[in-house]
Design a binder for this molecule. Sequence first.
Ligand code: UD1
Length: 417
Amino acid sequence: MAKLIINGGSRLEGEIAVQGAKNAALPVLAAALLTDEPVIIYNWPAISDVYHMLSILEHIGAYVGFEKDRLVIDTRRALRWEMPDKLAKEIRSSIFMMGPILARFRMARFTYPGGCEIGNRPIDLHLKGLRSLGVNVTETGGHIMCEGRRLKGGDVHLDYPSVGATENLMMAAALAPGRTVIRNAAREPEIIELQNVINQMGGDVNGAGTSTVVIEGKSRLGGFTYRCMPDRIAAGTYMMAAVVTDGKITLKNVIPEHLFAITSKIREAGAKVDIYDDAVTVTGQGRPKEMHLIETGPYPGFPTDMQAQMCTAACIAKGTSIIVESVFDNRFKHVPELQRMGANIVIKNNVAVIRGVERLHGAEVTAMDLRGGAALVLAGLCAQGVTVVDQAKIIDRGYETFESELSLLGADIKREE
Ligand code: UD1
């Protein structure tokens, strides 16, 4: 069981080139199934979620080649429309395969997906949307059978702007005859990336980034070359490393506009943020100030994937901060772990009230989910003494070379397998 051992107290300083975005790469990998021509992806993040998606593609029959800094995927020989149970359970994003597999084979068989334990994560919106596109969905004994002989364009209203459902439906609709309109669509930047990719394949998608996405289905799509956008959550995590260690970190290769919700809270916490064309510098100004209210929401709201990291900063802030988690129903699993490190946090339902303490102290804690695990590492960086973060492999799902980047910035951190 891998662990990260952190001797806290170092001030982090330096520059990082931010990795490619996990949440952009995963749906784009699924989109490789929409064509039988080769697909090339640059700047892909070498994280375990991506390797899991590649294993699923290989199981389906795709060729996956690692060439220098690029990935080559060729699905010409893809033949399986059944998702392997074990792989599907490893990663929630396996659900993105449902739309493309259906579009390609007009059949798909799935188990309920796994992924981070951050509450009840149903897939009803995905299934309801697919039914609106003429797919016959039956659910038996934990399996979902989709029969899509009559797959066609349709009108979908999402009850909630789900990122995954929006992407899944865009991909199914890209090869469904007729027009599909997705209303109350998610507006995350990753949706725009997927639109650009589908259009590069010869598809016809409009409206991504707004709440209405319109897709004119095509009978076939071609290959594409994609350069992964920078990961706004990885960037945000390193920015918080500067805040909690009173350090100075420059993130290169970022899209500042994607970080506004985060930079605004970092400024509220009293740190200095300098924004350049494609870089951001965060400079700590001593102990953070309280952040009165952070409420997570769909983009452009505050990202739920940054909630845990903000929680760590709130733990050592001068006053009391309130965090409301409005996207997921059980995303405070890092809180009992932070409490072991001396944090003063009270939780009621989806609200956390955090009274800042002068200093956290080292403890043995467990990463329960990806971002919660990153938050514990941040806590370890600013705590007094040694922190051991167990189940560190969860953090590898989303961060490429996390501890080596932090070491380069001056952290005293090492991994033990
Ligand atoms: C994506 C991101 C994840 C991020 C999340 C919210 C990827 C690979 N992952 O996850 O990092 O935390 O967006 O920004 O892009 N819901 C339903 N029914 C559904 C689908 C979703 O009730 O069929 C609910 C979920 O339980 C959750 C909310 O909708 O409460 C948002 O989920 P969703 O936007 O779908 O998240 P993911 O796409 O899984």
